[in-house]
Design a protein around this ligand. Structure first.
Ligand code: PLP
Length: 366
């Protein structure tokens, strides 16, 4: 039995693959002369964040105010919250919890600007603000180029606020249907944001930071002259979605779910103990019917077809050897969503358990 001391389901993190992924990205950022500010919502682990900083990350990105709190409490001193925060209670709380740390926030609406300015006006030091720009994802952010000027100017003239730069995330790269399309999206991510920064500077506004980033686009966006910072997150683990996108190979993927065969009710069906409460129900890029809801690490053609909360149902050939009690490592479709459901990462070196890291920022939704 593999990892006999571990109760399943649990998350395994292959140390050598993690280290390789971390080093590759750190080296890439160094080569492109851009700051690496990884997104920590992927792993939610101060231990892993510390390792990224040892390898050269300038600080981190978080998605939510409550995630920021976890990393601030863990002693990190340079964070960006890359989702707009507009709740006045959360704003007031962050202005206190930041202490002496550097905590930049995202603004993409006039109301968001006004709320941050009202709260920050009486603080003893300004709040650093990044203006969010939408380069095609169609989520949040102002339009790129000169259209970004009015809000940028309003931020820079607001009491309590200091405009630090512009930020975008080309999440539409995940829908690219070819490597060429992905490259085009990555290049445009950098170029549209650099153009926007140029407009701001031409209007006399300061714009030192030009921040792009997603794992699928970072190879291209980071090379656009004028980009100063990249924020990939998923690269630490990689997952089924990145493999299907052509960004990673199965051998790059560092995170798996260790599961146990609960039942073999029919020769052509295996049932594992990793349901949607363990894996998440993320259906990947092309939907569950095409890519499955998770795949066996050592036999990626075997895919989970259905999930209930506690069960994963996997069609298998009758000749497949799986028996009740066997252990299987499952590659999740979306590592970030899977990690959010767990309390610990078990770091392994082959079949040896090395250590455990708590996932301290799991479930931080506010
Ligand atoms: C604003 C923002 N920046 C960076 C990232 C990191 O992207 P990825 O996980 O593809 O590396 C995300 C991911 O959702 C994001 O929303």
């Amino acid at each position: 039995m593999r990892f006999p001391d571990l109760e399943t389901p649990c998350l395994l993190l292959e140390q050598s693959r993690l280290e390789r992924n971390l080093s590759r990205m750190a080296e890439h950022a160094r080569t492109c002369s851009v700051d690496l500010r990884p997104h920590w919502k992927t792993h939610k682990s101060p231990d892993l964040a510390r390792r990224q900083c040892e390898l050269g990350a300038v600080g981190g990105t978080v998605a939510k105010g409550s995630e920021a709190d976890v990393f601030l409490r863990a002693g990190f001193e340079d964070l960006v919250i890359a989702t707009p925060v507009v709740d006045p209670r959360r704003i007031a709380h962050l202005l206190t919890s930041r202490g002496g740390a550097r905590l930049a926030v995202l603004v993409e609406s006039e109301e968001g600007r006004a709320r941050w300015s009202r709260a920050a006006a009486t603080c003893d030091r300004p709040v650093e603000v990044l203006l969010e720009v939408d380069v095609g994802m169609g989520r949040t952010g102002v339009a790129p180029g000169a259209a970004a000027l009015p809000l940028a100017r309003a931020i820079s003239e607001s009491p309590g606020l200091e405009l630090r730069g512009v930020l975008t995330h080309a999440g539409h790269g995940y829908s690219a249907s070819s490597a060429e399309e992905l490259e085009t999206i990555g290049r445009a991510e950098g170029e549209l944001l650099v153009d926007t920064a140029r407009e701001l500077r031409a209007a006399g506004l300061a714009c030192p930071v030009v921040s792009v980033g997603s794992t699928p686009t970072v190879a291209l966006s980071s090379k656009v002259p004028g980009v100063t910072e990249v924020r990939p997150g998923n690269y630490v683990f990689l997952d089924g979605i990145q493999v299907d996108l052509g960004v990673a190979t199965p051998d790059d993927c560092a995170l798996t779910v260790l599961a146990t065969v609960l039942a073999r009710p029919a020769p052509d069906r295996v049932v594992l103990d990793c349901g949607s409460k363990t894996l998440s129900s993320d259906a990947g890029r092309a939907g569950a019917a095409q890519t499955g809801l998770g795949r066996f690490q050592d036999r990626p053609e075997l895919r989970i077809a259905r999930l209930s909360e506690e069960h994963a149902i996997v069609p298998v050939p009758a000749s497949a050897p799986y028996q009740v009690g066997d252990r299987v490592r499952v590659l999740p479709n979306h590592a970030c969503a899977t990690v959010n459901l767990h309390e610990r990462l078990v770091i392994v070196d082959g079949s040896r358990v090395v250590q455990e890291w708590p996932i301290q920022a799991r479930g931080c939704v506010t």
